[in-house]
Write a protein that binds this ligand. Sequence first.
Ligand code: EPU
Length: 335
Amino acid sequence: MLNILENIDLTLLNTLHLKSIASHYIVLNQVEQLDEIREIISNYPKFFILGGGSNLIIPARYQGLVIHNELRGITITDFGQEKIVTAMAGENWDDFVAYCNQNGAFGLENLSLIPGTVGASPIQNIGAYGVEVKDFIKEVVVYDLQTGQLVSLNNSECQFSYRNSFLKNNSRFIVISVSFSLLTEPCLNANYGDVAQRLSSLTHPTPYDLRNIIIRIRQSKLPDPNKLGNAGSFFHNPIIPKKVAQKLCIQNPNLPIFTTPNPEKIKVSAGWLIDSLGLKGLRQGNVGIYQEHALVMVNYGGAYQTELLKFADWVQSKIKEHYDVQLNIEPIILD
Ligand code: EPU
């Protein structure tokens, strides 16, 4: 029997630490609870699945059911050159990366220290330092709230793209577990500027070294959510037509640009655009732009969703006005 709690404070359950109360809240920690959850969901005007709360912009009052996914467990199977590691959705992402690293299953090192849970990783196709989680996902098991069945999605069925997947903004499915195909032989991905530079100073770099380097880079650029509320990158790096990007680059030769799978589209650095207008470190009330990284919005404490979104809207309008580029918010905005 599920224990439904009322008026639960979510302020410490979202990494932006936005002040928020959920009218109803339950913990999901056994797969057997899923059918009961499916039945009770219809009693509420809305629901959402809470993982690590690291990609959410949460309202002052959530009038609905919050289902906190705390399903736990990890299994690892050795197939010679490949290890299949399966983690339940509620496992902490970075603990999982550390576990793989310690158990000789390599590939995820560049994704070290990303806040959140394993279950959230495929939803927004987390990525950092030249690696996206889609490169290693073999299968995602989801619970289909429409049919009450567990369904296995393979990599292509997840329809991964930059910070996006079939599962994003699709409330029909609850992620139950994710299986990763990892390597038994280390193969370090050092294509990203900072990472390549730091690795090159080591004679025989190992996956453990790579993980430590990534952790150090992140710690130097991104705020620790336990100390300063934030949700990592607040805006997507905009993907714009090649011709528009070329024009922007002529006017702004230092703007970092990146290729995309579509040769007609170019990804440009939102952090650079914001930084170039001198907005880094700017504070308005309880919210602001992080001193060390212009793509990160922070809550100095006490902010509500409305204050943060108003500030974000102001930043978006400045970028639009100055560069004619639309910045889109990365985390999911709940109402
Ligand atoms: N830049 C600036 N000023 C800034 C920040 C960045 O000029 O304040 C420029 C610099 O030229 C820098 C470049 O932008 O070299 C790229 O910056 P960074 O390496 O930090 O990467 P990013 O494009 O800003 C993306 C991801 C991050 C991920 C890093 C590293 C998105 C939205 N963000 O940021 O992911 O850690 O690359 O791979 O794609 C997240 O999603 O929460 C996140 C932190």
